[in-house]
Design a protein around this ligand. Sequence first.
Ligand SMILES: O=C(O)c1cccc(C(=O)CC[C@H]2O[C@@H](n3cnc4c(=O)[nH]cnc43)[C@H](O)[C@@H]2O)c1
Ligand SMILES: [Zn+2]
Length: 353
Amino acid sequence: MTDHLVDAHAPRDLRAFIAALPKAELHVHHVGSASPRIVSELAARHPDSRVPADPEALSDYFTFTDFAHFVEVYLSVVDLIRTPEDVRLLTYEVGRELARQQVRYAELTVTPYSSTRRGIDERAFMDAIEDARKAAEAEFGTVLRWCFDIPGEAGLTAAEETTRLATDDRLRPEGLVSFGLGGPEIGVPRPQFKPYFDRALAAGLHSVPHAGETTGPETVWDALTHLRAERIGHGTSSARDPKLLAHLAEHRIPLEVCPTSNIATRAVRTLDEHPLKEFVRAGVPVTVNSDDPPMFGTDLNNEYAVAARLLDLDERGLAELAKNAVEASFLDEAGKARIKAEIDAYTSSWLAA
Ligand SMILES: O=C(O)c1cccc(C(=O)CC[C@H]2O[C@@H](n3cnc4c(=O)[nH]cnc43)[C@H](O)[C@@H]2O)c1
Ligand SMILES: [Zn+2]
């Protein structure tokens, strides 16, 4: 992890508590989770890319001037993933990294369109992620599930292709649980994606679009109204609309908050100005997530440390935050109960020690 965004304020023992706390991660992108080691390995394999092969140079490369710059850099990393074996390696390594952080369950946002349009065979792509998912669960004990997202800026062709890949019974992977919408929001109105979300929801998927990350609360309303969002990716600007906060609280719509991401893409100026506390005060269910961890110089443990500082949480508060994510997940009830019991047992034994 690069140092510039690490929250160094959390006391050392709280960091130790977080490090071993069983957790769920609900908002983390597949390509955005490529570690510096994997990025440099892929960059060395594909020297025609402008992504630096030297891991030391990646910290500068991953410093963003704004959201548009972030997407440009993100797509240069997407360009490094050229074969089903690249896809499998990346997915398996993401599983390993999540397990290292004691993540028991993760919903990983995958953008299949970005890979299939670059020539990766769709069947081979699905087999690669599924093979890595099963290996990660067997070898590391971390359960992975997929959210397939439409890269919004790529338009309705991308929406059609993503919906087809998510709903065709011959292709749709076993681990797929939800349907999302990512990329820039400015100039990409949410309502145009309604027919695609309708088809995905009819096929049994959950709706989890990004909204209110780089635009105002009206985008969150659109995601709720037109895309029938069950959780909101980011939802940062919801804080500017008290009626929206009340709606999210009343209907128990969780926000997938990613504090360091919002600083790195300059959606929020400083962590101290982040609206996380306002969400909690308004009674909105919040989960804390890492988004694109190596690109933002963070990881899930660091996001919990950031949340502990912003919300003034002790061990019990952090355990509740971890249980929020389990509760907001698309795991079955037995799976949720198992992880929540593990969080409680861990917290009790930590506090008794
Ligand atoms: O793949 C393409 O060819 C392509 C063409 C045009 C536009 C796009 C995109 O919009 C890709 C955006 C990409 O960004 C991912 N992502 C990662 N983190 C975030 C985030 O915090 N907020 C929004 N999007 C994010 C997203 O999953 C898309 O894959 C692609
Ligand atoms: Zn995201």
